[in-house]
Design a protein around this ligand. Structure first.
Ligand SMILES: Cc1cc2nc3c(=O)[nH]c(=O)nc-3n(C[C@H](O)[C@H](O)[C@H](O)COP(=O)(O)OP(=O)(O)OC[C@H]3O[C@@H](n4cnc5c(N)ncnc54)[C@H](O)[C@@H]3O)c2cc1C
Length: 455
C-alpha cells in the first residue's frame, strides 16, 4: 500500500465543499479491506494520523486534514451482494448512493437516503455523517438504513457489528447496546467503515411532485405545518422550502417562472396509494388554497423525466451557492451554510429569530431553502471577505441559541467537522460531551482518527 507524499497528490485531496483547504502529509487510496488495515498499522508505527474520506463533499471540513494521512476509500466501489428477498445490500464504502440506486434498478428496491449530493456521496461518507435528504421526511436519515458495518478499529483490528433488533432489551446502557450507532454520524473519528450492509426499501408506486408557489413566506410555512399534520388527508414524502432568491435560482434551472411568488414549497406524494391522480391533486390543491397558494401557477412533475427535472431544480440552489462561495475564497470569504433544525412547527419562529440576529450583526442576507417538513432549512450566506465571515458566524451563533431554546439542533445533517464543533456545547451539556470524549478515548485512545473533527 503506497502512501503518496508528492505535492500534486496531496493538493488533489486538500479540499472538500467547506471552502477550507488543508494539505495532508500523505495520501493513500485503499482498494481492499486489507489496504485499510495496512494504512492504520503504518500510521500507528510512524505515530501519525489517518482521516478517512469518500468523495470529499463534506460541507464542514470533515474530509480534509493537514495532519497525517488522508485515506481515500473511493476506490472501494463495488456493490458486493444484493439480497432482494431480505431487502439488503452489502457494499464497499466507496460506492456512491447514485451508483447503488442505479445498480438496484430492476429490483424494485432503492436505498432511501437522498442527500442532494447523492450522485457523489459515498456510503462510507453518508454513514459517517448520518446523511439525509428531502426523502428523509418519510424514510428517516441514513442511521435507520444501516444494518451492519465492518469496521477497522484504531488498533487495526477488524470487527463486524450487526443490529440485533430485539423487541425488548435491558442489557446495559443504551449507548453500548448497538455498536452500529457508534459509527453512524461519527465523522471518521471512531473507526473506518470498510464495508456496510444496508437496508433497502421498495420503490414507491407513482411519485408525483408539486411545486406550489405562495405570495409570502409565512403562508408557505403554515402550509408546511398543515401538510406535515396530514390535514388534507395526504402524506407528503418531502416538503422542501424555497425563499424568493432560491425560487429564482430553481426556476431558472428548469426554465420556469413564478414571478408573483415570494416563496415556494416542493412536495412529493405517492399517488400509487390513491384511487386516482385527480383525487391526490384535488386534496393538495384544497390545502394549498387554504393558505393562499398561487394555485394557477402550481407545476406538476409526473413521470421519470419530470421528476429528474424536479431534482435538477432542487439541486440548482446549493450548487449555485457553492459556486458563488468558491468565487470569494481568494478574497478570504466563502459560502457559510447553516444546518440547524427545529421542531417543524417552530420553523417560522426560528427564521424570525435568524432575521433579528442578521440585522443585529449587519450580516448579509442569506438564501434560505431546504427541508421545511423537518424544520430544517439551509441558510446560505456568501461572505465576500473575512469581516463578513465574522459577522455571519456571530449572527448564526445568536440564531443557534434561539434554535436550542426551541428544542432544535445546531447540525441536522452536515455534521460538525472542523467548522461547527464550537457550537456543540450550545446543545450538549458538559456531561454529554464528557461521555463522547470517553467513547473516543475507548475506541481511539491515541487519537489516531480524524483529528480536529467533532471534538
Ligand atoms: C452540493 C452539496 C449538497 C449536499 N447536500 C447534502 C444533503 O442534502 N444532505 C446531507 O446529509 N449532506 C449533504 N451534503 C454534504 C455531504 O455531501 C454528505 O455529508 C455526504 O454524505 C458526504 O459523503 P462523501 O463521500 O463526500 O464523504 P466525505 O466528504 O469524503 O467524508 C465525510 C465524513 O465522513 C468520513 N468518512 C468518509 N468515508 C468514511 C469511511 N469509510 N469510514 C469512516 N468515515 C468515513 C470522513 O472522515 C468525514 O468525516 C452536501 C454536499 C454538497 C457539496
Amino acid at each position: 500500500m503506497v502512501v503518496n507524499r508528492d505535492l500534486d497528490s496531496r493538493i488533489s485531496h486538500a479540499r472538500d465543499a467547506s471552502g477550507l483547504e488543508m494539505i495532508p502529509e500523505g495520501v493513500a487510496r485503499a482498494e481492499t479491506v486489507d489496504d485499510v488495515v495496512e494504512v492504520v498499522h503504518l500510521a500507528m508505527s510512524i505515530n501519525t494520523n489517518v482521516t478517512p474520506a469518500g468523495s470529499q463533499t463534506s460541507m464542514t471540513g470533515a474530509s480534509i486534514t493537514d495532519r497525517g494521512i488522508l485515506l481515500s476509500l473511493a476506490p472501494m466501489n463495488r456493490v458486493l451482494d444484493v439480497d432482494v428477498s431480505q431487502r439488503l445490500a452489502r457494499v464497499e464504502p466507496g460506492v456512491t448512493i447514485g451508483q447503488l440506486n442505479r445498480e438496484l434498478a430492476g429490483s424494485n428496491l432503492m436505498f432511501a437516503p437522498d442527500p442532494t449530493s447523492e450522485q457523489d456521496a459515498t456510503i462510507g461518507g453518508a454513514i459517517a455523517c448520518n446523511a439525509s435528504g428531502a426523502r428523509s421526511l418519510y424514510y428517516g436519515a441514513t442511521r435507520r438504513h444501516v444494518n451492519a458495518v465492518k469496521v477497522v478499529h484504531a488498533d487495526g483490528a477488524l470487527a463486524t457489528y450487526r443490529r440485533s433488533h430485539p423487541e425488548k432489551n435491558t442489557a446495559g446502557f443504551a449507548a453500548a447496546q448497538d455498536p452500529v450507532d457508534w459509527f453512524v454520524g461519527s465523522e471518521g473519528t471512531l473507526g473506518i467503515v470498510a464495508e456496510a450492509e444496508l437496508c433497502l426499501v421498495p420503490m414507491p408506486a407513482h411519485i408525483v411532485g408539486l411545486a406550489i408557489p405562495f405570495r409570502d413566506q409565512a403562508s408557505a410555512l403554515l402550509f408546511v405545518v398543515s401538510a406535515r399534520k396530514g390535514e388534507g388527508g395526504r402524506t407528503a414524502r418531502c416538503l422542501e422550502f424555497f425563499d424568493e432568491t432560491a425560487l429564482g435560482i430553481a426556476a431558472k434551472s428548469i426554465g420556469s417562472t413564478w414571478s408573483d411568488a415570494a416563496a415556494m414549497i416542493y412536495l412529493e406524494d405517492d399517488a400509487g396509494e390513491a384511487a386516482d391522480l385527480s383525487e391526490v391533486m384535488s386534496a393538495w390543491l384544497a390545502t394549498a388554497e387554504q393558505f393562499g397558494a398561487l394555485s394557477d401557477d402550481i407545476r406538476i412533475f409526473d413521470g421519470a423525466q419530470a421528476l429528474r427535472d424536479a431534482r435538477v431544480m432542487r439541486h440548482a440552489v446549493p450548487s449555485t451557492m457553492n459556486e458563488r462561495g468558491s468565487a470569494q475564497i481568494t478574497n478570504g470569504g466563502r459560502k457559510v451554510s447553516t444546518d440547524w433544525a427545529v421542531p417543524y412547527a417552530r420553523l417560522g419562529d426560528a427564521l424570525d429569530a435568524s432575521k433579528l440576529a442578521i440585522e443585529k450583526y449587519s450580516a448579509p442576507a442569506p438564501v434560505t431553502y431546504g427541508h421545511a417538513g423537518n424544520g430544517h432549512p439551509h441558510q446560505n450566506f456568501i461572505a465576500h471577505n473575512p469581516q463578513e465571515l465574522r459577522v455571519i458566524n456571530e449572527s448564526i451563533e445568536e440564531t443557534l441559541r434561539s434554535v436550542i431554546q426551541m428544542g432544535g439542533t445546531v447540525s441536522a445533517e452536515h455534521g460538525l467537522g472542523k467548522l461547527k464543533q464550537a457550537w456543540l456545547s450550545l446543545q450538549l451539556s458538559p456531561r454529554q460531551i464528557a461521555i463522547m470524549r470517553a467513547m473516543k478515548q475507548t475506541l481511539d485512545p491515541t487519537g489516531l482518527f480524524s483529528p480536529g473533527n467533532v471534538l
